[in-house]
Write a protein that binds this ligand. Structure first.
Ligand code: 3SL
Length: 251
């Protein structure tokens, strides 16, 4: 299995079919906080999370869904979109609130990354809490070419997504013990992400807080509980997967 890492949706090449050298799996990461919130929403019983790059698309799709079975989650600039049921905190998606509901979600960067790899046959989302579960799933599917896609911030690199990319790849390398299952790096970005994981793996919360988006969230108010939740390595077995275009379900 060869794993390549792309920092943001803007860095991702056009997706080709697997038979033409394209990826057979993609893993989207937005540690702070979209993919952590997606994992916890599904863990807490949401029927699905449907992701949209734009709020207009979200509004149109949500309007066609039964009102009692939907929640709208919108984040821009780190804050909840006015009038929406939810922002983008993994702490807010409690079982009481999200159980049985479809969450129509749009965030500044994370849902844009999901949109660019929609055509990839196996699409998963990862965060630090489910990084080992995601790595295990990639190995079970015997994936050959995996693209990990970070979300960054409006086109810029983000430390926390690279950290998690390294965390997923490192878990895959540790589990791929059989000699015929090699895990290799497809680009220098992946190698760098692995080095970053080695640097911070015993204290990921400090990395999240030091990152520019961590500082942005701190500037918006107290996010201590969000940082702790987003940094909780291997606290979840939930692997969100794309069940139909744009729709993530639990597995
Ligand atoms: O950029 C995004 O998609 C969000 O995850 C950002 S925030 O953590 O909700 O501020």
């Amino acid at each position: 299995m060869q794993i390549s890492y792309f920092h943001t949706s803007e860095c991702v090449p056009a997706v080709k079919a697997a038979a033409e050298g394209g990826p057979d799996a993609a893993v989207v990461i937005d540690v702070l906080r979209a993919t952590t919130t997606i994992a916890w929403s599904l863990q807490n019983g949401a029927e699905a999370v449907e992701a949209f790059a734009s709020l207009d698309e979200l509004e149109a799709a949500a309007a066609a869904w039964p009102a009692e079975k939907r929640l709208r989650a919108g984040e821009r600039g780190g804050q909840r979109v006015e009038g929406y049921d939810l922002g983008n905190s993994p702490l807010a998606v409690t079982p009481e609130l999200v159980g049985g509901k479809r969450i129509f979600m749009s965030t500044t960067n994370g849902t844009r990354s999901l949109a660019v790899v929609k055509p990839v046959p196996l699409l998963l989302t990862a965060c630090l809490p489910n990084r080992t579960a995601v790595a295990r799933r990639l190995l079970e599917h015997d994936c050959k070419r995996v693209w990990i896609v970070g979300s960054g911030w409006e086109g810029d690199y983000s430390l926390e997504d690279s950290l998690a990319a390294g965390a997923v790849a490192s878990a895959a390398m540790e589990m791929a013990v059989a000699p015929h299952i090699g895990v290799s790096c497809g680009n220098d970005e992946m190698l760098a992400a692995l080095a970053l994981w080695q640097q911070w793996r015993h204290d990921p919360e400090t990395a999240l807080r030091s990152a520019s988006h961590g500082q942005r969230l701190n500037g918006l108010g107290n996010h201590d509980a969000d940082f702790a939740c987003c940094a909780a390595i291997d606290s979840l077995q939930m692997v969100p997967f794309q069940a139909e275009p744009g729709v993530l379900k639990a597995s």
